[in-house]
Design a protein around this ligand. Sequence first.
Ligand SMILES: NC(=O)C1=CN([C@@H]2O[C@H](COP(=O)(O)OP(=O)(O)OC[C@H]3O[C@@H](n4cnc5c(N)ncnc54)[C@H](O)[C@@H]3O)[C@@H](O)[C@H]2O)[C@@H](O)CC1
Ligand SMILES: Nc1ncnc2c1ncn2[C@@H]1O[C@H](COP(=O)(O)OP(=O)(O)O)[C@@H](O)[C@H]1O
Ligand SMILES: [K+]
Length: 497
Amino acid sequence: MKIFLASQIKKWDSFTMRNESVSSLQLMERAAQSCVNWFFNNFENKFSFSIFCGQGNNGGDGFAIARLLYYKGFDVTVFTDENQKFSEDTLVNFQRCKEISAIDILDFEQVNDFTFKENSVIIDALFGIGLNRKIEGKIATLIKFLNELPFPRVSVDIPSGLMADEMIDENAIVFKADETLTFQAWKKAMLHPETGVFCGNIHIMDIFLSDEFNSSEESNEFVTGEKLIHKIYNIRSEFSHKGTYGKTNLAAGSYGKMGAAVLATKAALKSGSGLTFILAPKCGYEILQTSCPEAMFINGGENHIINFDFEEDAVIGIGPGLGTNFQTESAFMEFLKQYKKPLVIDADALNIIAKHTQFLKHIPKKSIITPHPKEFERLFGKTENSFERLKLARQKAQELQIYIVLKDHHTQIITADNQVYYNITGNAGMAKGGSGDVLLGIVTSLLAQNYSPEHAAIFGVWLHGKAGDFAAQKFSKEAMLPSDLIDEIGTVFKYLN
Ligand SMILES: NC(=O)C1=CN([C@@H]2O[C@H](COP(=O)(O)OP(=O)(O)OC[C@H]3O[C@@H](n4cnc5c(N)ncnc54)[C@H](O)[C@@H]3O)[C@@H](O)[C@H]2O)[C@@H](O)CC1
Ligand SMILES: Nc1ncnc2c1ncn2[C@@H]1O[C@H](COP(=O)(O)OP(=O)(O)O)[C@@H](O)[C@H]1O
Ligand SMILES: [K+]
């Protein structure tokens, strides 16, 4: 799924109107109807809706929603400022609303004395993707008031106060939605933590904008959708053998951190690797042989790894629980200097590189690195916010010709040729030590199975999140463990087949 800028979405609207002979008013009606269908399916008739409408087309959607909800039998009150300069279509929908005497139309300021019914829902149709400056004055006061009300809050298209493509000011006033019904496509602001936090659950409303425009309009940012995953995923051939699915060789673990090696190894095994090797210190020998009997052990030292002698022709993944002992550090750097094939690097291996940034250039081209925000900062420096961090990551991925998996709630995969894939599987139950180790195992295993680095990263991150979602369904976000996530990898493959 491509991510478009607000300006491109406007072009998409106009293209659809021109080429599919639909008027802007009809498009607004479609948009409103899609929201009303959602409300109808998600709230029972007893709900009464308070709809807050601005002057632009987002407000127009709000007026149309009010009318359509009223026809469905809901109790509707509209709040607006009749002295605003409404856009053309918004004015039409405002007037249509006015003609229905059973819909009360009140001024924004009357909200203070309004008695909300117990079963109210607040709908925000104040500003959409046309917001071009900070919200101030009486609308800011209104939003602050609405954010304090004890009722479900739903935003139409985007929470008012967010810009579709940009970071917001620290003290910006933004409507805090529980649900956002957004038209046709994800907006970038919904995917970054500082702005996404205002959106609640996102629901994409199909308003049938032109497919032709969608295919031809360029974008280098995407949301990983299931269509893409089905394209990437290679079904296992029955006429195959273990050699068909590659050799994975992980290097992980040190005294006290052998769990990281176990998690990564199990994840590699469960994601389909043909042969799996684990290079770890001897203190982990029994632990690994017992917990992962399918994997072969390579001794890398006593209590921490001091030599990185990998299985020949294996695809390498390094990092979980390695520690930063100086012997491990120098052995890793020696290894990195002479190793030339793409590999996957995470955790302490990244921290070692971060201490000696002159080694960044030794990361083999087409490798995948999987930093969390702090590791990213150690490697490449501090940035003001996640939008800036992504910009820097794009620059570094191109400079070093590597793939960067920037871990986050919506992890971003940045390719060496400057494309970004936002992942939308995964949940807060994965915010636990060990989840990253699992990801390293999955991605390395996929790379070993001959997925390209780009596909291994995109598919691996998606698979990891999806398994996390299944684990959360089963055990709750609180109780699920990274080990549970590993157990659900199979559920994801079944889901794909
Ligand atoms: N045909 C279309 O273009 C469609 C548009 N739709 C809706 O239209 C929305 C976009 O409409 P608009 O472009 O009219 O944008 P908005 O509804 O976001 O409103 C923009 C208007 O508010 C003003 N404004 C911007 N920031 C302000 C601020 N901080 N304080 C006060 N005024 C401010 C602008 O000058 C402009 O007049 C979408 O988000 C969506 O909800 C949908 O109806 C689908 C079809
Ligand atoms: N709130 C969240 N939503 C979605 N995914 C999350 C969330 N918190 C953590 N994750 C995922 O879990 C993993 C955590 O990795 P990391 O921080 O390296 O943990 P560790 O190395 O301690 O296991 C990442 O893949 C990240 O995207
Ligand atoms: K809105």
